[in-house]
Write a protein that binds this ligand. Structure first.
Ligand code: SF4
Length: 65
């Protein structure tokens, strides 16, 4: 799996960091950024959960595998 944040959609709400703080951090201008790509199945579940909770659809999973 490869994940990225669409900074044009991110509003910096911090939900992804609350849900998956190992993978998301704050970047410039208060937007979220990926700090680690998911590796294990458990990691991927956490990323999917963060995507579910993101209010603006800014979390993009580019490769599902
Ligand atoms: S949950 Fe979505 S909108 Fe909120 S900080 Fe994370 S990527 Fe940005």
């Amino acid at each position: 799996m490869k994940v990225r944040v669409d900074k044009t959609k991110c509003i910096g709400c911090g939900t992804c960091i609350a849900v998956a703080g190992d993978f998301f951090g704050l970047a410039d201008q208060g937007k979220a950024k990926i700090i680690k790509q998911p590796q294990t199945p458990a990691d991927k579940d956490v990323i999917k959960k963060a995507r579910e909770f993101c209010p603006t659809g800014a979390i993009i999973i580019e490769e599902e595998k």
